[in-house]
Design a protein around this ligand. Structure first.
Ligand SMILES: Nc1ncnc2c1ncn2[C@@H]1O[C@H](COP(=O)(O)OP(=O)(O)OP(=O)(O)O)[C@@H](O)[C@H]1O
Length: 326
């Protein structure tokens, strides 16, 4: 097998602070990602995505375990790793707002050892490529979120890295800019680069990634391909049962006991509407058993709809403690 782009072995990062208990942001992560392609790291706020990017990019030291980029250890071979990777963080960090786009890129080119004409050529190339040539001489503070993110990406590409870490790059962008930015990610992929993309947007992961790894509370809770994600989306239903009063509710609750695992069904009684909303997470079989139990309890006024991305995602994260496999 060729050298993986990223190999994490028991990677752990704990933050210790004087007055509070230590916080484990990465908890013994094992992960191998092949060279080439877009690899998504999906997780909610606080999952550990940024800490992982910062550790892999040598900004933070691991507390335990190891991480290697293209076979080079991020601690022992930090200088090599820094040369070989590009980092793009979402949000406002890392750009000099008072400088123009061009000045920012000249600065970052200089940081990578490019001077004079070489720096100017590289900056011009990147500004052109990222659709910013027309605004090259304007201050970054006048840019939209999408333009700033494209400039961030230009900055990440200055050293022509083979591995790019994109940490929530489309956060705060309008849908059109986010769509265009995903197009750029596709282009970078087709040039043979490896892209690690963190996001909390499941649809984004499905749209651009070759593999997705779900993280929650510093641990990996699932991994698979976008078609696994698609299957997840098709999993589970929201079922509404009408014509329910308090006594019918008790009967229905009883009928559901044993029909499906307890944590696969959540029930919300809407007294005013006289209906019950059941959120069922699980495969087709679980949904079928729940529907059967409802019908057997004497109800036929039922509607069912697939779960939203958000609901499936939360269901998956909830399953993390049980060691979920996609
Ligand atoms: N410098 C730090 N000092 C103390 N705790 C930290 C530090 N950086 C991160 N943490 C904690 O580590 C955990 C993981 O944070 P991290 O920023 O890596 O998550 P994330 O998945 O990137 O979330 P977000 O999407 O909100 O950026 C959180 O509980 C966070 O509070």
């Amino acid at each position: 097998m060729s050298t993986p782009a990223l190999a994490l072995e028991g990677l752990t990062r704990t933050f210790t602070r004087r007055r509070s208990a230590p916080r484990t942001a990465l908890d013994a992560i094992d992960l191998v990602l092949p060279a080439g392609g877009v690899h998504g790291l999906l997780g909610p706020n606080g999952a550990g995505k940024t800490t992982l990017c910062r550790t892999v990019s040598t900004v933070l030291l691991p507390s335990a375990g190891r991480a290697a980029v293209l076979g080079h250890d991020v601690v022992a071979d930090a200088a090599w790793v820094r040369r070989e990777i590009g980092i793009v963080f979402g949000g406002d960090r890392g750009l000099y707002e008072r400088l123009t786009a061009e000045e920012n890129l000249h600065f970052w080119s200089a940081m990578h050892g490019l001077r004079g004409r070489a720096a100017r050529r590289r900056s011009a190339e990147l500004l052109e490529r990222l659709g910013l040539a027309g605004r090259a001489r304007e201050r970054v503070e006048t840019f939209s979120r999408g333009m700033k993110q494209r400039l961030h990406l230009a900055r990440g590409l200055v050293a022509d890295p083979s591995v790019l870490l994109l940490d929530e790059p489309t956060v705060g962008m309008d849908p059109v800019s986010a769509h265009d930015f995903r197009g750029l990610i596709g282009q970078l992929r087709s040039e043979g680069r490896t892209i690690l993309l963190t996001t909390h947007d499941m649809a984004e992961a499905e749209a651009v990634c070759d593999t997705v790894t779900f993280v929650d509370r510093g641990r990996i809770v699932g991994a698979g391909t976008p078609s696994d994600v698609r299957r997840l989306l098709e999993r589970g239903q929201r079922i509404r049962v009408y014509g329910i009063d308090a006594s019918a509710l008790a009967v229905l609750e009883e009928a559901l006991v044993g029909a499906a695992p307890e944590d696969a069904v959540s029930l919300e009684y809407e007294e005013g509407a006289g209906s019950v909303l059941l959120t069922v997470t699980g495969g087709e079989e679980t949904v079928a058993q729940v529907l059967m139990a409802i019908v057997q309890a004497g109800h036929t006024a039922i509607t069912a709809a697939p779960l939203s991305l958000e609901e499936v995602y939360l269901g998956l994260l909830g399953a993390g403690d049980r060691g979920m496999q996609l």
